[in-house]
Design a protein around this ligand. Structure first.
Ligand code: UN1
Length: 494
């Protein structure tokens, strides 16, 4: 029987009276993975009520003690890593090595944030007046709503939850519906670690049922959202009406530039991993390969050869290079883009839904490569699937111009052996992340993660930057002169 989950509100798993349910299915073979409550506005309100009630006590809990909770959660995630990695693979289809990597990224971040409990640093600066002390301290924001996508179904929830908890916020967590099982297992880890009632609440269901309450309730002080740009814009607009802080991590159209002096076999391994890992469904996936004309034919030939032997199939088999795409919706959208590509560009590899045998049960698409001119839809729009556009550039300047001429700016990469050029690229590429001689995916949790232009609205998560997202800064002046001193008006005695 499919495992049934409730909502997690005020420290208890609850199934509201008369609740409707929905199921998640594996993209490998459409088998059911879990059954969940289709939450309503009333449930969203109950979660916010619980988070609001729990806030004063959680705020008072010393941050290092909040860190102890995170360390316990990290231990539980570690102990359950292989089981959870398998659930990730079953529920959204990334290959098992990456499923385990998703859980490892969760563990890394939760441990990292536990240490933040002994930092949460402010600043101390001099005053213009005598006997006056100036500093800043960090305070929690209050109730924070975290809305997460399906492509990193344990890591991204943990990026948000662990950061919010260490800062002293209380959380209402709403995951993407098609990876609700992974999300519920993350919540169970915090439950087993002893998260106090109301500090972390979990609601499942559609964005249309839950969103209006989660985004507009006066008590919600901040919203952290990772997902597509259209939904991100709506979240931003709704949040803005209530003057809430809205943190957005949205799409990407990430370029990898291969210069004429690049180590081509290294670049080849890089592009295969970054374009087709997670079936291309990472915000950081390489979706544009920009190759210097001098090595263009050679490199494209190498890529086409390797892709002919690229093993697509059961993601639970460690020999598989690429599993299915995550859902029927994903499959439909990607196949539509492939049709667009066939009209405006040259198909070099792939381009079809895989059929026959076990493929018929799931959502498998061939790894696909188009040769295209810059400016086509497939070269500019985010596809979020195993579809790579290959573009030719006559020199470095043209490569950078193409790289930058898209709406997004999350990750970017350049392969070159010329150190000067590598540093120019760090300056020139319009992106939140630049890799040199490494592909566009694989960010580590102790560094900020985020992008420019339509990828977001200026914030960063992960690393110590995550603290900015989940705290308010309080500026403190302590005047111990025992007299009224007037800043700007009275200079201190010389
Ligand atoms: C995402 O695709 O939304 O850098 C996150 C990477 C991963 C995180 C990706 N560590 O590819």
């Amino acid at each position: 029987m499919t495992q049934e989950y409730g909502l997690f509100i005020d420290g208890k798993w609850v199934v509201p009276e008369g609740a409707k349910r929905f199921e998640t299915v594996s993209p490998i073979d459409r088998s059911p993975v879990g059954s969940f409550v289709a939450g309503t506005a009333k449930d969203a309100r109950a979660a916010i009520d619980a988070a609001e009630r729990a806030f004063p006590k959680w705020k008072e809990t010393p941050a290092p003690k909040r860190g102890d909770l995170l360390l316990r959660a990290a231990e539980i995630l570690k102990a359950r890593k292989s089981e959870l990695g398998r659930i990730v693979t079953l529920e959204m289809g990334k290959v098992i090595g990456e499923g385990l990597g998703d859980v490892q990224e969760s563990i890394d971040f939760v441990e990292y944030m536990a240490g933040e409990g002994r930092r949460l640093a402010g600043e101390t600066v001099p005053s213009e007046l005598r006997s006056k002390f100036c500093l800043t301290v960090r305070q929690p924001k209050g109730v924070v709503v975290c809305i997460t996508p399906w492509n990193f179904p344990t890591a991204i929830p943990n990026w948000k939850i662990a950061a919010g908890l260490i800062c002293g916020d209380t959380i209402v967590f709403k995951p993407a519906s098609n990876t609700a099982r992974c999300a519920a297992e993350v919540v169970r880890a915090y439950e087993a670690a002893g998260v106090p009632p109301g500090v972390l609440n979990f609601v499942t269901g559609s964005g249309s049922a839950l969103g209006p309450t989660l985004l507009t309730d006066k008590r919600v002080r901040a919203i952290s959202f990772t997902g597509g740009v259209d939904t991100g814009r709506e979240v931003y607009e709704e949040g803005a009406k209530g003057l809430k802080m809205v943190h957005l991590e949205l799409g990407g159209k990430n370029p990898m530039i291969v210069m004429e002096d690049a180590d081509l076999p290294l670049a080849l391994d890089g592009v295969l991993f970054a374009a087709f890992g997670t079936s291309g469904q990472r915000c950081t996936a390489t979706s544009r390969l920009i190759v210097h004309e001098k090595v263009y034919d050679q490199f494209l030939g190498m890529l086409v050869d390797r892709l002919k032997k690229f093993p697509v199939g059961d993601p639970l088999d460690p020999k598989t290079g690429m599993g299915p795409v995550a859902s029927a919706d994903q499959e439909k959208k990607i196949l539509e883009y492939i049709e667009i590509g066939k009209k405006e560009a040259t198909l070099r590899v792939g381009g079809k839904k895989l059929t026959g045998g076990a493929y018929d049960r799931g959502f498998f698409i061939e790894p696909t490569i188009f040769e295209t001119k810059h400016g086509t839809r497939i070269s500019k729009e985010e596809i979020f699937g195993p579809v790579l556009s290959v573009l030719k550039a006559k020199d470095y300047s043209e490569a950078v111009r193409i790289a930058n001429d898209v709406d997004y700016g999350l990750s970017s990469s350049i392969y070159t052996r010329d150190v000067n050029r590598a540093f120019h690229a760090i300056d020139d590429l319009e992106a939140g992340i630049t890799y040199v001689n490494a592909p566009t995916i694989g960010a580590e949790v102790q560094l900020p993660f985020g992008g420019v232009k339509s990828t977001g609205n200026g914030g960063r998560e992960a690393g110590s930057a995550a603290i900015e997202e989940f705290t308010e800064i309080k500026t403190v002046f302590v005047d111990f002169s025992a007299k009224l001193q007037k800043a700007q008006i009275e200079a201190a005695d010389p």
